[in-house]
Structure formats: structure tokens, C-alpha cells
Write a protein that binds this ligand. Structure first.
Ligand code: IPM
Ligand code: MG
Length: 366
């Protein structure tokens, strides 16, 4: 059976290729066992592409990304390229994807699996049952950056937001909240930033006009960071700009026990003609050069990102549930990669974690 579910795998650098291998295994499993077939293709991005082709995002890979239903992205960056000039940094590959596919809505769920409540750096009762989503604006914000040399060197990053940019990300957050606990915190710095004032006013306008059934609370971004580590369960959906979202999502990640657990989805606008949207799915953890190449990285954030792809790009909610249940089961069975290691748990490597997830899915499939 052929399918029109095209999936582009971009492993990238560091632990990216190791964790993406496990995603491919899960995708193949669906083709084999459930007749849900994905047309897989891959490409180079980040430092790997820089080394091979002199650019972090080759045009040919960009074209593939544009043509595919969903992109699974590993990670980019590493010490080898740290001193590169800006336009030759591995991160530019990811930024080009986000910009050119207009992936403005970045969903970063932070869900604490029961078995990991003890692994959080916070007390278990503060994070047990935690289920929040950060909705990060992903294509605007610090849009104009340069280094100016006029005797003294100056670095300049200009934060700029327009009302349409704020409206569309606000709508994503309110829509999502309606399917959850109906609460949105909008986070900015309206006490010191003009974009913050605009953000607050425009989120409020959309709320009044279209979503007054959802509860909206405004919170300054610094206070939001503090509240996330003080009492994270007060949140449901947090909507925020590109820069604050970058930071707040790292904070939220650690609440769940490990940065190695957090998936994300970056979604574009729906094409009114086809109903399709560009989408990229990636683990939040990054390339982790310190453990790259050892086969010990935690593949669960990537596998959970694939579950998000099943849900948001392919409308396969049941299959997504299966993957998530298998991950929860593996953790409940006490299997842990190094980042999650605790007393009385069994240490496994990347491939063994992949094996265990596949076994869990097999069991669920009967
Ligand atoms: C993230 C990362 C990226 C970002 C980098 C790799 C460009 O930190 O996705 O959170 O800053 O957005
Ligand atoms: Mg980040």
C-alpha cells in the first residue's frame, strides 16, 4: 500500500542522528504492523551540512522540507562550529526552516510522567501530575541582529512584533486551552518593553473578541520563570514571545525530570486551499556534544515528538496515544537512560530504550 504521508528526517549533529534512528524504527513499526506507512526521506542540516556543503541548510534540503508533510528534526550545533561567524553557525539551518516554512507556533508540552516525579530537581509533589504547554512565538521577535563597529563594537538585536503576529499565536494558545483546562497565561515584559505592551493589549483584544470563555491571566516573564519553579501546576497554557519562550521552555523542561523528555511541534498556518500546514517536530534538548557518539542519549523526547507529528500532521490520535503509553510504560518499568538514572532503576542505552518502546507498542497492539 502506498501512502501520501511524507516524513523528512533531518538528524543534524551531536546526538541528533542517534535519537532519530529510534524515531525511524517507530515509524517503520507502524508501516509494518499497522499498515500506516510513511514515505521517509532524509537530509543534512546544521554542522553536518556545513562540513559537507558549506551551508547549514542546503537549498535541496530546504526544497524537500517544503514538499514534505512533516519534518522530524534531531539537533544542531556543537563546539566544532562555535567560533563560526553568524551566517555559518549550524543554528542558522534551523532558523531558516522556521522562517521559510513560517513555523510561527511552537508547542512545547511539559508533562511529568508519574515514574519520573522523583527525578525532577523540584520536590515530587510540586511536579507530580504536571501537564502544561508553552506556546512560543517562533518566527518573530529578535529579528534584526548585527554587530556594528564604530570604534567600539556594538551588538544590536531589535525585538519587533506586529499585531498579526501576536493575534495568530494568541489564537493558537486559546484554541489549545479550550481542549485542555481553559486557562491561558500570557507572558511578556510590558513593564519595560514596547513589544510587551503591544503583546498584552493585542492578546487581550483577541481574548475579548473571540475567546472570552477562556480564562486569561497576564504575567510578567520574570515572574513567570519564578512561578514555574515555585508552583508549576498553577499553569495550563503559557503563550509568550520567541525569546522568553526559549528560556521558559528550558525551565519547564527541567521540571519534568530531564531535558531529555521534552518534545516539541512547530506549526505553520493552515493553507486554506488544502487544509495542510507545514510542521516540524524536534526534541527540545539540543545536540548534547558531551555525550554524542556514545549511544547513551535519551531518545524519548524524539519519540514523543514523533507522537506529536502523528497527532498534529497526520491526524492519527490513536497511534499517538499508543506511542505515549509505551513511553509511560517503559518508564514505569524502571528503564532509564543516563540522564534519568535513579536508584533502583535499570540503566539502558539509546537503542535499548528504542527496543523497549517497540516492545510496549507490540504489547498494546496485542
Ligand atoms: C530551541 C533552541 C534554538 C532556539 C536554537 C538551537 C536556535 O534553543 O529550539 O529552543 O534558540 O530557538
Ligand atoms: Mg532553546
Amino acid at each position: 500500500m502506498s501512502s501520501n504521508k511524507s516524513l523528512l528526517i533531518l538528524p543534524g549533529d551531536g546526538i541528533g542522528p542517534e535519537v532519530m534512528d529510534q524515531v525511524v524504527r517507530v515509524a517503520d513499526w507502524f508501516g509494518r504492523e499497522r499498515a500506516v506507512k510513511f514515505d521517509l526521506d532524509d537530509g543534512m542540516v546544521g554542522g553536518a551540512a556545513l562540513d559537507a556543503e558549506g551551508t547549514a541548510m542546503p537549498d535541496a534540503v530546504m526544497a524537500k522540507a517544503r514538499a514534505s508533510d512533516a519534518v522530524m528534526f534531531g539537533a544542531v550545533g556543537g563546539p566544532k562550529w562555535d567560533a563560526n561567524p553568524f551566517h555559518l553557525k549550524p543554528e542558522q539551518g534551523l532558523l531558516r526552516l522556521r522562517k521559510e516554512l513560517d513555523l510561527f507556533a511552537n508547542l512545547r508540552p511539559a508533562l511529568c510522567f508519574e515514574a519520573l516525579a522523583e527525578a525532577s530537581s523540584l520536590k515530587a509533589d510540586l511536579v507530580s501530575g504536571l501537564d502544561i504547554v508553552i506556546v512560543r512565538e517562533l518566527t518573530g521577535g529578535g529579528s534584526f541582529s548585527e554587530t556594528v563597529a564604530d570604534g567600539n563594537r556594538k551588538g544590536v538585536d531589535t525585538q519587533l512584533y506586529t499585531t498579526p503576529e501576536i493575534h495568530r499565536i494568541a489564537r493558537v494558545a486559546f484554541d489549545l486551552a479550550r481542549k485542555r483546562r481553559n486557562l491561558v497565561h500570557s507572558s511578556e515584559k510590558s513593564n519595560v518593553m514596547h513589544t510587551g505592551v503591544l503583546w498584552r493589549e493585542e492578546v487581550t483584544a483577541i481574548h475579548e473578541a473571540e475567546f472570552s470563555d477562556v480564562e486569561l491571566r497576564h504575567i510578567l516573564a520574570d515572574n513567570c520563570a519564578m512561578q514555574l519553579v515555585r508552583a508549576p501546576k498553577q499553569f495550563d497554557v503559557i503563550v509568550t514571545d520567541n525569546l522568553f519562550g526559549d528560556m521558559l521552555s528550558d525551565v519547564a523542561a527541567m521540571l519534568t525530570g530531564s531535558l531529555g523528555m521534552l518534545p516539541s511541534a512547530s506549526l505553520g498556518a493552515e493553507d486554506p486551499a488544502t487544509g495542510k500546514r507545514h510542521a516540524l517536530y524536534e526534541p527540545v534538548h539540543g545536540s548534547a556534544p558531551d555525550i554524542a557518539g556514545q549511544g547513551v542519549a535519551n531518545p524519548l523526547a524524539s519519540i514523543l515528538s514523533f507522537a506529536m507529528a502523528l497527532r498534529y500532521s497526520f491526524d492519527l490520535g490513536e497511534e499517538a496515544d499508543m506511542v505515549e503509553a509505551a513511553v509511560a510504560g517503559v518508564l514505569a518499568d524502571g528503564l532509564r537512560t543516563g540522564d534519568l538514572a535513579q536508584a533502583n532503576t535499570q540503566r539502558v542505552n539509546t537503542a535499548e530504550m528504542g527496543d523497549a518502546v517497540l516492545r510496549g507498542m507490540e504489547k498494546a497492539a496485542g
